[in-house]
Design a binder for this molecule. Structure first.
Ligand SMILES: [Zn+2]
Length: 263
């Protein structure tokens, strides 16, 4: 399995795109979140991933830095269907809130008649709930509520890869036992402790050191950190050092367009 990283930034980054990625497994592709705008088109082009190769997408939650790119993903697919370039359906998976938000975006983006020609016919939607399992790309996904403080959000666990993706919020303590010894743990990290503004910790996101402490507590083998700030020129170096100061496992701080091998 490979992760094609399309973006590594939080909502308000200037250089990096918002955190989203494509999972590749056995020549099949799944998009996870779409970032906040039409830079999704640029990033897919730069990653050399044709939209017609992606059969699935997942939306974690309806914050704009994860959601708005879906307007363009839907539009790309609409044009691919119209031009006869795409034959397989495109399925978007997410909570009821995500599905209805993406349908609203699709209606605005495509207009009524184009919307009616593809939505729920060629562009399909699958609502999932906390704990629900689904096979995607031949892998067993289990979706879980992240218990985000401000709005419903879902992450997922891929059984075969022992891969935990916790969306853009800290891993809730109620999952520490379930994901103990996970091979891969993907967590958000807002920034280094030194970059934090006066007033201490934000309530929604953790700085690098706190996310790394979570990885240490659950004995994760590999920690992927993203959804970060991008102001420091040596971001990777600083974040790696901070994470390694409290965590013994392997730390990966990807850049946009990196490809991460999941073995
Ligand atoms: Zn976010």
């Amino acid at each position: 399995m490979k992760l094609h990283i399309l973006g590594t930034g939080h909502a308000m980054t200037f250089k990096n795109y918002n955190t989203c990625y494509v999972i590749e497994e056995n020549g099949q592709f799944m998009l996870v979140d779409a970032g906040g705008g039409n830079r999704i088109i640029t990033r897919l082009g730069e990653a050399e991933i044709d939209i017609v190769k992606i059969d699935y997408a997942f939306c974690t939650h309806t914050h704009t830095d994860h959601l708005l790119g879906f307007a363009w993903v839907v539009r790309l697919n609409y044009h691919a269907f119209k031009a006869g370039l795409r034959e397989t359906p495109f399925t978007i998976v997410g909570s009821h809130e995500c599905v209805s938000a993406i349908k609203t975006l699709a209606k605005i983006t495509l207009g009524e008649s184009a919307y009616d020609s593809v939505i729920d016919k060629k562009i399909l939607f699958k609502e999932v709930k906390n704990g629900e399992k689904m096979q995607i790309l031949g892998l067993n996904f289990q979706f879980f509520d992240t218990y985000a403080v401000d709005m419903p959000q879902m992450g997922f666990y891929i059984e075969e890869k022992d891969f935990v993706f916790a969306g853009d919020v800290p891993l809730n303590e109620r999952y520490f036992e379930k994901f103990n010894n996970a091979k891969y743990l993907c967590l958000e990290a807002l920034c280094s402790v030194n970059e934090l503004k006066k007033g201490g910790l934000p309530n929604k996101h953790f700085p690098v050191v706190k996310s790394a402490e979570t990885a240490q507590k659950i004995h994760a083998q590999n920690l992927i950190l993203w959804h970060t700030a991008d102001r420091l020129p040596n971001r990777q170096e600083v974040y790696l050092k901070e994470a390694k100061s409290v965590y013994d496992g392997n730390v990966i701080v990807p850049n946009d367009l990196d490809v991460v091998e999941i073995i």
